[in-house]
Design a protein around this ligand. Structure first.
Ligand SMILES: [Zn+2]
Length: 307
């Protein structure tokens, strides 16, 4: 009996400790001083996660906070704001959109109403305009009432390849080096803290999906351009903050493997029907493997048959 009571007590204590570090489904992960990863679940969009099924970055300075990616909906942005208020009293003054997926920009309107300035690459901005209605109708299905209040809102500042934001003694170097998961993906280098925010250029904890850019060749090159900074800390687009070796294993090595295996299949005269049979088991521990591995093989085949 005594053992059971103790066990229950320990269980409750753990539960409280865990919930204190969560804002809804978001896991707030300190990275280095002034820098946090706000990690959403690796599952599909839902009324519970409000399309925050991704990782966001927060950097706090004396002149305000910088949010890397705004949340996947207006209510999702409000959920992020709740998590941020538990970290700092500083207002979010800049929001950086690192790509074209919903979670990289559909929360923009919430933050603009709060006074923030939104920055995106011109290619991401074009992607936002091109896919807004498509993404809104998909989200209506996934979120239901959770989409209420969301309206597409576009970046205030756009740049072609490089943009530097100086604030509070820190400099954010935002770089678009070509399509990766989406056409306008950018990474954000915070040299003073040795932290790289990658958006959808890096997935860990879950398997990546090939994405609308349909260009794994460019994605690999963009990863190389990002990795050349040799960051000590990587805040990925999906999954927990990690190191470069893990980012490389879960994203770069997987993309290289996909292209090698599918290339060999095409070379051997194989068809797209056979594509899902390639061996991807080295990544089968990642979340979403069962739903995405076969699709990724087919998407890579479709891309490479025109190479
Ligand atoms: Zn994403």
């Amino acid at each position: 009996m005594r053992r059971i009571v103790l066990g229950l007590g320990a269980g409750l204590g753990l539960g409280l400790a865990v919930s204190a570090a969560h804002a809804g489904p978001l896991d707030v992960q300190p990275v280095v001083p002034d820098v946090w990863a706000i990690v959403g679940p690796t599952e599909q969009r839902s009324p519970e996660n409000l399309a925050n099924n991704a990782t966001f970055g927060l950097v706090v300075t004396d002149e305000g906070a910088v949010l890397i990616d705004p949340g996947g909906s207006s209510q999702g942005a409000a959920m992020l704001h709740e998590a941020i208020r538990a970290i700092t009293d500083q207002p979010v003054v800049y929001v950086i959109n690192t790509g074209g997926q919903d979670h990289r920009w559909l929360g923009n309107g919430y933050w603009q109403a709060e006074g923030a300035t939104v920055i995106a690459s011109a290619a991401a901005d074009a992607d936002h305009h091109a896919r807004a209605s498509l993404q809104m109708s998909a989200l209506a299905t996934f979120l239901g009432d959770g989409l209420e209040g969301t309206a597409p809102a576009y970046a205030d500042i756009t740049f072609e390849s490089d943009h530097r934001l100086d604030i509070g003694g820190l400099s954010f170097e935002i770089m678009h080096r070509g399509p990766a998961h989406t056409p306008g993906d950018a990474f954000v280098w915070l040299d003073e803290r040795d932290v790289m925010f990658t958006g959808d250029i890096v997935y860990v904890d879950r398997l990546l999906g090939n994405g609308p850019a349909g260009n794994t060749r460019s994605w690999i090159e963009v990863f190389d351009a990002m990795a050349a900074f040799e960051p000590a800390h990587v805040v990925p687009g999906h999954g927990h903050a990690t190191d470069l070796a893990t980012a490389r294993r879960d994203t770069y090595d997987y993309l290289v493997h996909l292209r090698r295996e599918i290339g060999a299949l095409i070379e051997a005269g194989g068809s797209i029907i056979e594509a899902p049979q390639i061996d991807q088991s080295a990544w089968d521990h990642l979340s979403q493997f069962d739903s995405l591995a076969g699709r990724n093989a087919q998407a890579t085949f479709e891309e490479m048959e025109w190479d």
